[in-house]
Design a protein around this ligand. Structure first.
Ligand code: ADP
Ligand code: ZN
Ligand code: ZN
Length: 743
């Protein structure tokens, strides 16, 4: 068939194609479909030698004469499933995420879009939350876990239908400890029955809040990026609400991003109460069906305000005026799975596209954002005072080495103990932060020095007192307690390092009357258990809350007057360039939970490094001091914001092949870069910090560079070349631009 007339050609992003950059496929649009095929239309196309039909989405339309093209087979939907804006976003994003266009488009649609029936009774959710920790799975099991990694929770019926598997596949996954199944009754949507409240009237802003509001207001129409830097308790939320009121009044749509739904139950109810059904909530606690409903309400224009976690940044709103990113420094905004996007980059694209305001906010902005604000790239407003009479807590730093010398070998210092007693006597509440779960985090032989590690991972096992077992926190491996060293049979085994369970035990002994609540990954695995525990604590059903990071942020409990950081050193010495920033952020945030009403709070920071600058700055709640110090370090060592980092990871079952693959990657990099040299600083390749994880060996290559089109296309090209080398077929290679973690 060779005709010399122009025909309409559609470029289609096709599902399940192997990675190769720019590899989308062109098809003729048959004459009878010409009126219906638009950007964002979902189609079926013949693919490959066998012309098996595959799903795809139209990302470009043009006229051409080309006799070699196949024709689109049929439409999946009569109207486009994605807007032109989201299609261009996907095309923009894929090049930055080193993945295919379809990977990005797929991320924007709810799973089972248009195929989901009513939600079933039994729900399933993953127990293993890190993909690298999964045991070997069949392809059917794999499709179930893939879906769950995408969506978090789903009804069992939905999983069966959507993955075309029987119930037994899911039951087996439960048996292997990969997922758990629970009855729908334990699931409740605490937001659905919060109806609009007429009492939510006019907000009277303080002078500082008003100034911020008036600065950002005109940007709803003219666009731009803002950074609202407000200390904990300064009322950032009030500024959001006022801006949202105005945006809605102007007929504009709003996205509010929060770091993690479980940690911000209070935020959601504030929005539901104020805006009622105009709010759609998108997060992983909903079933696929429910999520699909919220998605539909949004794309039909019934919901104008979307509140949700990272992926809510793709919400199909048509007339965006405002995107808010609360606690913008949080790592949860960066996706660690394909597509490896940062929600801030996506928000930036969408706000530029719509001339909308992108407002980031934090009490401890990321070093990158604050430096952009100081450079005038973001419009900076500050809230320096807590609302009302609330004062920042008084902070005491305790030297734990001195404490040990004085004979106290418990993890609770004399000072913290005294203040806990005082808090209990005054009928107030306390929060204790400890960064590890379990009882003892390190078990070793005193005679030969052998450390008890996981057989599948290069990680030491943690002792859990409740199950009386040793557990690998990475792959879930468990074994019973060793009384003898497996190397030398000595019985002189040392248990050291402590986690939440040990603290709970210690407190039980010290304060037998106190009501203790422990929150960590072991106690909060059920959906909405966060909400329930937080609300019980808020109602003062407990006196002391002991927990990991999850107790540190975003909470506003009136009766909490004491916060203790049990061990401020845990996060300090991991080898990330941003570890001081993370430590500062965590301590500042948790300290900020204390004394949020009329009485001044106290905070105790226990550390073996009392003179560490990062801890000192956090104790003084001195962000600017911390920033000026940290920015000099970053500059001297060339780390972001003074460069970008591309991290390439190589993972495979054969240690040697993975290492070889990393080496070949570097060779290709050197060769290609000699043609059109980009300034690059290459670190590695070297074994990853956790070299072996779930029997897979891991290598890393780290490249400091300036994120530019040339650099990105260089890496896209290497990835393409590597994927064609047969020997490395088993190795998974992924590229991450500015990852949060370099491990
Ligand atoms: P942030 O998010 O900055 O830590 P919040 O927005 O949680 O602070 O505010 C802290 C407390 O002060 C909340 O209980 C909030 O209701 C109250 N608050 C702040 N600003 C105002 C205001 N202008 N009017 C009434 N209450 C306010
Ligand atoms: Zn030994
Ligand atoms: Zn393990």
């Amino acid at each position: 068939m060779s005709e010399n007339i122009n025909r309409t050609v559609a470029t289609v992003a096709v599902e399940k194609t192997f990675f190769s950059p720019g590899c989308d496929y062109d098809y003729y649009v048959p004459a009878d479909l010409c009126d219906n095929v638009k950007l964002g239309t979902a189609v079926r196309v013949p693919f490959g030698k066998g012309n098996r039909l595959r799903n795809g989405i139209v990302i470009k339309l043009y006229a051409a004469i080309n006799s070699d093209l196949k024709e689109i087979d049929s439409l999946i939907s009569d109207v486009p499933v994605l807007s032109e804006e989201l299609v261009s976003l996907a095309v923009w994003l894929k090049e930055r995420c080193f993945c295919s266009t379809y990977d990005c488009l797929w991320q924007m649609l709810p799973r089972g879009y248009g195929r989901i029936k009513d939600a079933g009774e039994k729900m399933a959710e993953l127990v293993i939350t890190d993909e690298t920790q999964l045991p070997k799975l069949t392809s059917k099991q794999r499709s179930v876990t893939d879906l769950l990694f995408d969506v978090g929770t789903a009804a069992v019926d939905e999983l069966c239908e959507f993955c075309s598997v029987g119930q037994s596949v899911i039951k087996n996954l439960e048996k292997y400890g990969v997922l758990r199944i629970y009855k729908k009754e334990t699931y409740r949507n605490p937001y659905a029955n919060i109806s609009a409240d007429t009492e939510c009237g006019e907000i009277t802003l303080t002078d500082e809040q008003k100034k911020a509001y008036e600065t950002y207001l005109p940007m709803l129409d003219k666009g731009g990026t803002g950074l609202l830097f407000g200390i904990t308790g300064s009322g950032k939320t009030q500024v959001y609400l006022k801006l949202i009121d105005k945006a809605v009044e102007k007929g504009k749509d709003v996205i509010v991003l929060v770091p993690e739904i479980g940690l911000t139950p209070q935020v959601i109810s504030i929005f539901r109460r104020r805006y009622g059904d105009l709010v759609a909530v998108l997060h992983s606690g909903l079933s696929l069906g429910e999520r699909n409903d919220e998605y539909k309400r949004t794309s039909k224009g019934l919901a104008k305000i979307v509140v949700g976690t990272r992926s809510a940044v793709f919400a199909p709103l048509r007339n965006l005026g405002l995107i808010i990113m609360d606690e913008e420094q949080e790592h949860t905004y960066k996706s660690e799975r394909t597509p490896r996007y940062h929600a801030a980059d996506v928000a930036n694209f969408r706000c530029r596209y719509n001339n909308a305001l992108f407002l980031m906010a934090s009490a401890t902005p990321s070093i990158e954002s604050y430096s952009n604000a100081l450079a005038g790239k973001y419009v900076l407003c500050e809230l320096t005072k807590r609302y009302g009479d609330a004062q920042l807590p008084q902070v005491i730093t305790v030297d734990m080495k001195a404490e040990m010398k004085s004979g106290n070998h418990t993890p609770i210092s004399a000072k913290l103990r005294e203040l806990l007693q005082e808090t209990l006597d005054n009928n107030k509440q306390a929060i204790l932060l400890i960064n590890r779960r379990g009882y003892n985090t390190f078990i070793a032989c005193n005679d030969c020095g052998h450390v008890i590690t996981c057989p599948s991972c290069s990680i030491s096992l943690t002792y859990h007192s409740y199950s009386n077992k040793l557990v690998c926190h990475y792959c879930g491996y468990t074994k019973s307690l060793d009384t003898k060293c497996p190397e030398c049979s000595s019985e002189n085994i040392r248990y050291s390092g402590y986690g939440t369970q040990k603290i709970e035990d210690t407190l039980e002994v010290l304060f037998p009357q106190a009501r203790l609540l422990r929150m960590d990954a072991d106690t909060t695995s059920a959906k909405f258990s966060h909400d329930r525990m937080f609300s019980d604590f808020a109602q003062h059903k407990y006196d002391i809350l002991v927990g990991t990071q999850m107790v540190a942020k975003g909470l506003d409990f009136p009766d909490v007057t004491l916060v203790g950081v049990v061990n401020a050193d845990n996060s300090l010495y991991d080898e990330n360039y941003n570890s001081s920033e993370r430590c500062f952020d965590l301590i500042t945030q948790v300290v900020g939970r204390s004394g949020r009403r009329d009485c001044q709070g106290m905070a105790v920071i226990q550390t073996v490094n009392p003179y560490n600058e990062c801890i000192e700055f956090a104790a003084n709640q001195d962000y600017k001091g911390f920033y000026s110090n940290e920015i000099m370090v970053r500059k001297a060592l060339v780390y972001p914001p003074f460069c970008d980092i591309i991290s390439v990871s190589f993972t495979g079952e054969n240690d040697n092949t993975a290492a070889m693959c990393a080496k070949s990657f570097l060779d290709i990099l050197k060769e290609l870069n000699s043609q059109n040299p980009q300034k690059l600083i290459v670190l590695g390749p070297s074994p990853a910090k956790i070299h072996k994880l779930n029997n897979r060996y891991r290598y890393r290559l780290c490249v400091k560079c300036k994120n530019s089109k040339n650099v990105r296309s260089l890496f896209n090209e290497i990835l393409n070349k590597i994927s064609k080398i047969k020997e490395y077929k088993e190795i998974s290679v992924s590229i991450d631009l500015n990852p949060y973690d370099l491990n």
